[in-house]
Design a protein around this ligand. Structure first.
Ligand code: GLV
Length: 332
């Protein structure tokens, strides 16, 4: 019997391709060519499964054109690139990679926050440009983290991991989320639930870790930025589109906000030119989960999910981290 065909849309660790090849006929984009929508559709034709990346848009029209597709396994925790309703209606199982990246992403959130508040990259660029002629008392004055209030918008796994780290800096944590955490979790995290308006007004440093959806689009726009302290910093660790980047660039340019740290952007890999033009923003290319160990764990989990979702391997028929469990239930 011939093996089912799958597509791996972007380059991954070669060991992962070798493992997939034990079960599948693998078409892999190890050259890492850019696959636009037309190329993705062409490469997916006749495939039973796909190991996808958060930038691969798999929408209703694409799903309708791929009757052989049975599994879409994202190598990312976020899955706003997938039309989950269309996948579910078509009986296609969808999976993501939660948990394995939580701590690494939270570490990076703190790296970005600290670099932003203490002007690490701005001062480094200045130094590299040969501008350091003498020390002075007011060089690159930043904002303290210790003792200041950390705000978190979106209190899921990553939000909670960020909050746990705040204890080391003696920072009280306030948060806003669709649903409030149980009291004992709040107590363990030393985190206090506040309204969104309260979060904006009270945070000295605000980190965004909520999932992207039509509802969270531009959760932070001009109106929200106007409610923040001018001394505050803002970190977006979640998805482009949660922040209105044009409004943020304007607020940073006018110093209505002290600084921002951004790992994700609207329309990435393009970055709003207004953000590139201001010094008080730290910009990183969507690397929050990018440690060697974690990227391997994400690739392994996505591959395990694909193998299991296509009824192969030791967990045949039981992929973990299924986004649309109804599909698996219907298959049984
Ligand atoms: C990365 O952005 C992810 O969602 O895992």
């Amino acid at each position: 019997m011939s093996k089912p065909s799958i597509l791996v849309t972007r380059a991954v660790f070669p060991e992962v391709i070798d493992r997939l090849a034990q079960y599948f006929d693998v078409d892999s984009n190890q050259q890492d060519e850019a696959l636009d929508a037309a190329a993705l559709k062409a490469r997916l034709a006749g495939k039973a499964g796909v190991l996808a990346n958060a930038a691969d848009r798999i929408d209703g029209a694409l799903v309708a054109a791929l009757p052989a597709l049975r599994a879409v396994c994202n190598m990312a925790v976020g899955y706003n690139n997938l039309d989950v309703a269309a996948l579910t209606a078509a009986g296609i199982v969808a999976t993501n990679t939660p948990d394995v990246l939580t701590e690494t992403t939270a570490d990076f959130g703190w790296a970005l926050l600290m670099a932003t508040a203490r002007r690490v990259t701005e001062s480094e660029h200045w130094l590299r440009a040969g501008k350091w002629e003498r020390w002075s008392f007011d060089m690159f004055l930043g904002m303290d983290l210790h003792g200041s209030t950390l705000g978190i918008l979106g209190m899921g796994r990553i939000g909670q991991a960020l909050a746990r780290r705040a204890a080391g800096f003696g920072m009280p944590v306030i948060y806003h989320n669709r649903s409030r955490l149980p009291e004992d979790t709040e107590r363990a995290l030393n985190a206090r639930y506040v309204s969104k308006a309260g979060l904006l007004a009270q945070s000295d440093h605000l980190i965004l870790v909520l999932p992207y959806s039509a509802q969270s689009h531009h959760s932070i726009g001009a109106a929200e930025l106007a409610q923040m302290k001018p001394s505050a910093t803002l970190v977006n660790l979640a998805r482009g589109g949660i922040v209105d980047d044009a409004a943020l660039a304007e607020a940073l340019r006018e110093r209505r906000l002290f600084a921002a740290g951004l790992d994700v952007f609207e329309g990435e890999p393009q970055v709003h030119p207004g953000l590139l033009a201001v010094p008080n923003v730290v910009l990183t290319p969507h690397i929050a989960s990018a440690s060697e160990k974690t990227r391997r764990a994400m690739a392994d989990l996505a591959a395990d999910n694909l193998i299991a979702a296509l009824d192969a391997g030791p967990q045949a028929g039981h992929p973990s981290s299924v986004i649309n469990p109804d599909v698996m239930a219907r298959r049984r």
